[in-house]
Design a protein. Sequence first.
Length: 97
Amino acid sequence: MDTLSDRRDIWHLLNRLPPKGRVQFVGWCADRITTNAGMRPVPRYDRELLDLAYRDNSADLRVTNAAYADLLNLSAQWGLDLAAASVELEQWVRRKP
């Protein structure tokens, strides 16, 4: 999962989900992280930006980029298995109505 092509695929898959679906997916990934200290990452998103993302392409891209950055941070800082997350992301995209 460390090639440019792999990272592009993740970004494009995220972009195929609706804005709130992207946030839910990042939350799902964060819920899979466990630490000995009991701490967990909690991604936060601006609700106004999420609502705007359904009407404005610029806001939509910002949500995608934020979700993508959060996934990379979850992988780098919290040990998220990015390969497993990308397989799950593909399933989320396939289930999308």
